[in-house]
Design a protein around this ligand. Structure first.
Ligand SMILES: Cc1cc2nc3c(=O)[nH]c(=O)nc-3n(C[C@H](O)[C@H](O)[C@H](O)COP(=O)(O)O)c2cc1C
Length: 355
């Protein structure tokens, strides 16, 4: 029994090793590497972060405002283009007004349009393809993946419940990802894994489950170029626990659970009664989001960015379950290099067949 199992495993790694040049290593969607920096709202995936990621050969996503502002979207894209001549992407939350913003994205011919929290229609995919823009929705269930594949998208980001920020599904990545891989087998469609991946071990595990790429949110949040507030970045290093909750941003974005750092503020308020939300809470700070100044109320769903002032420690701090593996704030390019080189080493040293 043990012998059969070990033969099977060694066959698997032989195959894996032989195919490594055609798996994540050859890159995805025309990018050099199969590494994706997730869109990080509000404003966290700034032009500086996205350009740093693009300049390192990976796919970085800007994030549009939660309201229609096509001029601002154009400005964001053009500012990023002053910092890199490499392609990049931009993310849109379909639950918020977005038609004009999407039009601006297609006019600007950004390389990749990422979609989340809403139905990605065949019409939108056709329109994007006509403009030469690839479409990549992030999904959280098998059914959602099926609908996206049938709509003709170019890639699917499979988000597991381990993920930081808003979490659309209930399944863990290790169970959902291979199901989606099986679902799209034989189609010209890239599968990207998201949720709890911060280093080369997570990358190699995702490749073994059948993904061609990985999308990282929290790891890029904790970089020098991210637009997160310095206190938020510090907390990402200090804390090692997260919780899945719905206490932040209930009024602005109802029915949208999220994963946050288990800060003292969160632990004190995590049992917030269902009828409470941010709309009638005291103002605890001020912030500028996508060029607009606004108040931050207690339990607001917006994480502190570099412009935020006030009681930062009492604000939402999104983070994924692997936060305990992040020990330092790094340049984004260094994150990418470490993952790519580390994964190569890991496969060569631990999984390559003995010669
Ligand atoms: C601060 C933060 C903001 C996020 N904002 C968005 C967003 O605007 N759009 C989106 O599709 N996903 C967003 N996400 C989720 C990511 O796309 C991704 O699923 C998640 O970060 C993966 O898990 P990880 O954080 O463990 O890497 C956000 C995540 C974080 C941590």
């Amino acid at each position: 029994m043990v012998v059969v199992w070990s033969i099977k495993m060694s066959n698997f790694w032989c195959l894996f090793w032989a195919r490594k040049k055609t798996m994540g290593w050859k890159g995805i969607l025309g990018f050099e590497y199969g590494i994706v920096q997730a869109p990080l709202g509000p404003d966290i995936s700034s032009p500086h972060l996205v350009a740093a990621v693009a300049n390192s050969g990976a796919l970085g996503f800007l994030r549009v405002p939660d309201w229609e502002d096509p001029d601002y979207v154009r400005e964001l894209i053009r500012k990023t283009r002053t910092l890199t001549n490499k392609p990049f992407g931009i993310g849109v939350i379909l639950a918020f007004p977005h038609k004009e913003n999407v039009k601006a994205i297609l006019d600007e011919k950004v390389a990749v349009l990422q979609l989340y929290w809403g139905e990605c229609s065949k019409e939108l995919v056709l329109e994007a393809h006509k403009a030469g823009v690839k479409v990549v929705p992030q999904i959280g269930s098998y059914e959602e993946a099926k609908r996206a594949a049938d709509a003709g998208v170019d890639a699917i980001i499979v988000q597991g419940r381990e993920a930081g920020g808003h979490v659309i599904g209930q399944d863990g990545l290790i169970t959902l990802l291979p199901r989606v891989v099986d679902l799209v087998r034989g189609r010209d469609l890239v599968v990207i894994a998201a949720g709890g991946i911060v280093d080369e071990r997570g990358y190699v595990a995702a490749l073994a489950l059948g993904a061609q790429g990985v999308s990282l949110g929290t790891r890029f949040l904790a970089t020098e170029e991210s637009y997160a507030h310095p206190t938020y970045k510090r907390k990402l290093i200090e804390f090692d626990q997260t919780e899945y909750t719905d206490i932040f941003g209930r009024a602005r974005w109802p029915g949208a659970p999220h994963r946050v750092l288990a800060t003292p503020f969160f632990m004190e308020w995590k049992e917030l009664p269902n009828h409470e939300n941010e709309s009638n809470q005291p103002v605890i700070g001020r912030t500028i989001i996508h060029g607009r100044e606004r108040e931050v109320r207690r339990f607001a769903g917006t994480v502190p960015n570099a412009t935020t002032t006030g009681d930062i420690e009492s604000m939402a701090m999104y983070a994924g379950q692997s936060i305990g593996l992040i020990k330092e704030i790094l340049p984004a390019g260094e994150v990418i290099n470490r993952i790519v080189e580390g994964a190569q080493r890991l496969i060569d040293q631990q999984f390559a067949p003995a010669h």
